[in-house]
Design a protein around this ligand. Structure first.
Ligand code: HEC
Length: 157
């Protein structure tokens, strides 16, 4: 009885340790987009207006009908405000999507229309634009995203 208990505890520790190791490897504990620093946010706003607004909207509103797939397999650009699904993703996922674009997430029934901006933007600019986008969400959505951050994202795009 006591032995079974010890074995269960040991198994639990191994599993929990593995989960934490995976989260560390994904950088989910590292929030690098400080959405409280006004200078950082202002820089992100400039980046957003130059590189994102054309598709995601000057007011982060996205393109009309963003949830409906087009005949060619692409989707219109989703909002970046809290009405979209950006908050469901961890900082690390957002960073990668912006840097690499959506092509790596393409599946048979999905064609990405999001370009990778890793050539145009350095990583400080990408973190700044994430900080700007987050600064526009109501507090409760920032809290929800913080929880998504903790587990590495609620959805994989
Ligand atoms: C040419 C149009 C275009 C530009 C420019 C563009 N996007 Fe996108 N973006 C899209 C589309 C379309 C999607 C929907 C998914 C897909 O097609 O891959 C998307 C998806 C995303 C996603 C994943 C979905 C989500 O909301 O979590 C993020 C994050 C994102 N874009 C952020 C940005 C940011 C930040 C910039 C500017 C640095 C930017 N995009 C520039 C078209 C664009």
């Amino acid at each position: 009885m006591y032995r079974t208990f010890l074995i269960l505890i040991a198994a639990y520790l191994v599993l929990a340790g593995g989960a934490v190791a995976i989260m560390l490897a994904n950088g989910v504990f590292a929030t690098r987009s400080d959405s409280a620093d006004p200078a950082h946010i202002a820089r992100g706003e400039t980046v957003y207006m130059e590189h994102c607004a054309a598709c995601h909207g000057g007011d982060l509103e996205g393109q009309p009908g963003w949830q409906n797939q087009r005949a060619d397999g692409t989707y219109p650009a989703p909002p970046q405000d809290h009405s979209g699904h950006t908050w469901e993703h961890s900082d690390a996922q957002l960073f990668e999507y912006i840097r690499d674009g959506g092509a790596r997430f393409e599946r048979r029934a999905f064609k990405s229309a999001m370009p990778g901006l890793g050539e145009a933007l350095d990583s400080a600019e990408i973190w700044a634009v994430i900080a700007f986008v987050k600064s526009r969400w109501p507090k409760e959505f920032r809290a929800k995203q913080a929880r998504a951050n903790f587990v590495g994202g609620l959805h994989n795009h």
